[in-house]
Design a protein around this ligand. Structure first.
Ligand SMILES: [Mg+2]
Length: 377
């Protein structure tokens, strides 16, 4: 069996990849959200020519073979996020195909149970323009719907040169405000998106986050500053997390091997869409498990990435207390993209159990999307 057609459907909120084999079997995948027009161009020019004609039934072997291929076109000349985003579209379509061929959900192909328990979620906030009162209102609403953990944005994105906040005092007001409003039984996580210098992060961790009993401090320093991040990990009382931007495993720089081997963080967060798919995400999870570190994949949106992450998580044993990042408030943009769409219930989200990803794309969404294809000559 070989791949003889790769199609992209650029639609509302996401771009889907559909793979077709020479025997007419199909699988559905998706690119990471953000910059999809560029990903689509890179995909059809550089990824698809290296994927067409290959066997889709061993996705791990396929992604390695593509990355290590001499070409043409030569993948190693075009390495980086857009190539891996494109490859993630192929990988996720291959897993769907493999699941459908086997009549099993992807989770069981990854070594997990065919009927996994629903996965504990935390409510993930993506705004840092909000006031403490607005954060309190949104978190309270979702706490009433069953979520017992929330991740708040703190600091100012990549302000590590000055350690300035979005406005003076916002971080303290938001963290202590949500803690006071929701009480001691809720778990609080924070994400700084590289807001702080090494010294700034340690100070915020000790002076602001520790008194509010924050359990997870994500990307305290710019993600490329591994030594700074490691120093913060060693100095603050809560877990330090990171890795969503890091997409290199053993190829091209060994970033993940170093992050895990040197214990730069306490919790690793590969992103299925950024790292190049499920096979590479599971490889990071395995590296983390061998080192005794929890792996909590990144991916706060309600596109198909939510489905991919749920299947991966249900197969990961070292996923920590709140494995699933559930973006709040939910937004309508992906509502009709696929069905069934898992929603939070009693603080958990269920993994679809049909063959492959266990979801079907909406015909209307597909009809409205922009189609492009690459085929085997
Ligand atoms: Mg983050």
């Amino acid at each position: 069996m070989i791949i003889d057609r790769l199609e992209t459907f650029a639609g509302e909120g996401a771009t889907v990849v559909r793979l077709t084999t020479d025997s007419g079997e199909r699988g559905i995948g998706q690119f990471a959200t953000g910059g999809e027009a560029v990903t689509t161009e890179v995909f059809h020019r550089f990824v698809a020519p290296n994927v067409l004609g290959r066997d889709p039934t061993d996705p791990e072997a396929l992604v390695d073979a593509v990355l290590e291929s001499p070409g043409p076109p030569r993948p190693y000349k075009y390495n980086g996020t857009f190539f891996l985003r494109g490859l993630g579209g192929v990988d996720t379509a291959c897993w769907d195909l493999c699941g459908k061929l086997a009549g099993e959900p992807v989770v069981s192909l990854l070594g997990g149970p065919a009927n996994p328990d629903p996965i504990a979620a935390y409510g993930s906030r993506l705004s840092r323009e909000t006031t403490a009162d607005e954060e309190i209102e949104i978190c309270t609403t979702y706490h009433e719907r069953g979520l017992d953990a929330f991740k708040l944005k703190i600091g100012k994105r990549l302000a590590f040169q000055t350690d300035e906040d979005v406005w003076p005092g916002r971080t303290e007001a938001v963290v202590s405000g949500v803690r006071d409003a929701l009480g001691p039984d809720v778990d609080l996580l924070v994400d700084a998106n590289g807001a702080y210098s090494r010294e700034g992060a340690i100070e915020v961790g000790k002076e602001v986050l520790a008194p509010a009993d924050v359990i997870h401090f994500e990307e305290p320093c710019p993600y490329w500053e591994l030594e700074w991040t490691k120093a913060v990990t060693e100095a603050v009382p809560m877990d330090v997390a990171g890795g969503e931007q890091d997409n290199m495993i053993s190829q091209w720089g060994k970033t993940w091997e170093r992050i895990i081997g040197d214990r730069v963080v306490d919790v690793v967060q590969p992103d299925v869409g950024y790292i190049g798919g499920i096979a590479r995400t599971m490889r990071v999870a395995d590296l983390a498990a061998d080192a005794g570190l929890p792996c909590v994949p990144h991916g706060p949106n309600h596109s198909l990435q939510k489905i991919f992450t749920l299947h991966a998580l249900a197969a990961v044993e070292n996923a920590g207390p709140y494995p699933f990042e559930y973006r709040i408030p939910e937004r309508g943009e992906h509502e009709f993209m696929y069905a069934p769409e898992p929603r939070v219930e009693d603080g958990t989200v269920a993994v679809p159990t049909g063959p492959g990803w266990g979801v079907e794309l909406d015909d209307e969404w597909l009809f409205r999307s922009t189609h492009r294809e690459s085929t085997l000559e």
